[in-house]
Design a protein around this ligand. Sequence first.
Ligand SMILES: [Zn+2]
Ligand SMILES: [Zn+2]
Length: 437
Amino acid sequence: MHRLLSVAIATLTLFIAALAVLLAPSTDAEELRAGGGLRWYRGNMHTHSHWSDGDDYLESIADWYQQAGYQFLVFTDHNVLPNTERWVIVDRTKGKRRAYDKLKARFPDWVEERGEGEELEVRLRTFQEVAERFNRPEEYLLIQGEEISDSYNRYPIHINASNVEEAIPPMKGNSVQETIQNNVDAVIAQRERTGRPMIPHLNHPNFGYAVRAEDLMPIRGEKFFEVYNGHPSVHNHGDHVHASTERIWDLVLAFRLGELGLPVMYGLATDDGHDYHDHGPKEASPGRGWVQVLASELSPAALIEALEAGRFYASSGVNLKSVVSSPRGLAVEVDPVPGESYTIEFIGTKKDFDRASTPPVDDKGEPVHTTGHYSSDIGQVFATVRDTRATYTFRGDELYVRARITSDAKHPDPSEPDDFKQAWCQPVVGTAAIVSE
Ligand SMILES: [Zn+2]
Ligand SMILES: [Zn+2]
């Protein structure tokens, strides 16, 4: 037998053997894989339009995502729901004539306008109208959302509410943490009052370096944050003073699970699209980051149920065939693109991690608004595998383990230079963690 082939078969046999351990009948293992009535649905949960500061019309954006192969899209304009009668002067919209010309070309019989010349106005389609035109069972679903755009002092604090029914005004607060909590609570209160499934998620923590790991750790009722956001101003990688969003994720997970008795927080990838006409590193273009949700049907309720159960992964270009999570470990299988190779890293924190931290200070010793300095115990890479499949088996002392998969192919339209295509699996909690909420 050819040597490479025999090596491949040996690796596959090992993978299957390790998988069998994870999936042993005595464990409550879960395999995320399409089949048996479940499908992967690709969606973007962060989108701007002419209803706030995006540069295109709702229907043109809905069309873009449908053509790009998405199954769902959440419209999240700043502090507004697209559900009233609103006219805009074409030349004063962000998309100006370019957006208008495309709208007329794509929907020649579906544009309401009045006036002419510089006074030409178009009526913005409501969410309801656009959803009625585009939604198709099991094919495509538009979901109403809002980016609750709040601030504390000079720090922008943005929380998306997906499948929201009524607009939620910024709730304010006396600290970054309290402002996040008040807005999360407002979404949960509307959900309880209306009985309609809806979820908040914390957007781009590093936009304006507003949200530190310490602000996010203690938030109750918040299950999601953006580990990847495709807007060019959100600093996913942090800088020499500020933690990256992945570092923030590990700090949040370590302290929630190991110290605060709070559940995990899941990582989302989103576009935060604003710019639909130009592509490039300075534009907030669509198509950069998304979630793949394994659900029983394409409905807001089924998607939200799956998201809340962690049955999804975040992606900026890598697709997965299967993710197995179990109290015994985590296994990942990539759906490879021919010609690309992949690095699978298992990242986590052990239960006996060093909790000590040093608050950051400036040259004069004054505290600065930055995530503190913590031990490198937090967010260790436990294992690295260069293959399309890999299994991590718990040794027993881990609080949690998560997986990051990186292709050797560059992101085709990166928001930060030299980004590669990646995927992020949700953390699996070890038996060592204490979780009470
Ligand atoms: Zn925002
Ligand atoms: Zn946004």
